[in-house]
Design a protein around this ligand. Structure first.
Ligand code: C5P
Length: 326
């Protein structure tokens, strides 16, 4: 007689990718404090995983392991936990649902790569499948936007144009695959702090606080931020050199002001042959575009030997958004 199989582990595992902003064009702050964005996201092959398992009704727990785990809150502010609760509140019946979440991190915390957003997106999908809810990508995307500006993109993946505060995403026509080298910083950067410094630097540039306020008011009436057409053309034809030359991040001066060492990291990458280099999102991760896989290997070895960053990883993009893997 065949021996009994071990019980199936009750749970769903989802992985979600990090993102790089190939362009991050920032307008003056809105009434609600958020900044209008025109951004091009690309999802890259660096993933966090979220496992969701059944728990008692209205019981929610989260554990975190891997890269920077001790920096991730495990209280009610945890984005994966908030995602699970939001989904249950919106589509569950009463307090009948619960989840035990475990997050396995590879994306650095506070790195400008939307690691927290990836965890939120992964938890939405994992719990929707675990609880067998009748919700599709569209419904999940609405909830994702409530969790954070970058969460809808973590569900979608690929290469996408982001507008609004970054939460409105549409896929863009992009050919080819891109080889990235990511240099992780020694210390994280807080996204709100980088936006604040960006605003202060804008005000200073306009000639002091009074002029800054005036210029922001004027800017409020100015045109909305726009992604450089050269980047869109380069993506359309799939020309890595042209993409490298068109990379732009309006938050980069603020990130460099808060962490001046990043300037040397960026310069080193260009010296070692990168087609383009920029701070990813609000930083401090620096992203370098390489001409080929071999060039990316050479570049990552050179940057590691250079010793200015905490760690160097290679990644390719675009990759798909949050997906069930088991
Ligand atoms: O949307 P999310 O919670 O990820 O944003 C984190 C913080 O980043 C916001 O509280 C805000 O300070 C800043 N932010 C911004 N404008 C955006 C996106 C984020 O000012 N478009």
């Amino acid at each position: 007689m065949a021996s009994a199989l071990p019980p199936e582990p009750v749970g769903v595992r989802v992985r979600a990718p990090a993102k790089i902003n190939l362009a991050l064009c920032v307008g003056p702050p809105r009434q609600d404090g958020y900044h209008p964005l025109a951004t091009v996201y690309q999802a890259v092959s660096l993933y966090d995983e979220v496992h969701a398992a059944w728990a008692e009704p209205d019981e929610y727990t989260v554990t975190v392991s891997g890269e920077g785990a001790d920096l991730v809150p495990t209280d009610e502010t945890n984005l994966a936990l908030r995602a699970a609760r939001l989904l249950a509140r919106t589509y569950g019946e009463g307090d009948s649902l619960g989840a035990g979440l475990s997050i396995k991190k590879s994306i650095p915390v506070a790195g400008g790569l939307a690691g927290g957003s990836a965890n939120g997106a992964a938890a939405l999908l994992a719990c929707a499948v675990l609880w067998d809810l009748d919700v599709g990508l569209e419904e999940l995307t609405v909830l994702a936007a409530q969790l954070g500006s970058d969460v809808p993109f973590a569900l979608l993946g690929g290469t996408a144009l982001g507008s609004g505060r970054g939460e409105q995403v549409v896929p863009v026509l992009a050919r080819g695959g891109y080889h990235w080298v990511l240099a992780f910083g020694h210390h994280g950067l807080s996204t709100p702090a980088v936006y604040r410094r960006h605003d202060q630097m804008g005000a200073r540039k306009a000639g002091g606080a009074a002029a800054g306020k005036l210029s922001q008011e004027m800017a409020g009436q100015a045109r909305a931020p726009e992604v450089p057409p050269a980047l869109m053309n380069a993506l359309r034809v799939g020309d890595p050199s042209a993409v490298g030359a068109a990379l732009v991040n309006d938050l980069q001066p603020a990130a460099l002001d808060l962490q001046p060492r990043l300037r040397q990291v960026l310069e080193a990458g260009v010296e070692y042959g990168a087609l383009g280099a920029l701070v990813s999102g609000s930083g401090p991760t620096c992203a370098f575009l390489a001409a080929s896989e071999a060039a990316a290997v050479d570049l990552s070895v050179a940057l590691s030997a250079d010793g200015q960053c905490r760690a160097v990883r290679r990644a390719t993009g675009p990759v798909t958004g949050a997906r069930v893997i088991g």
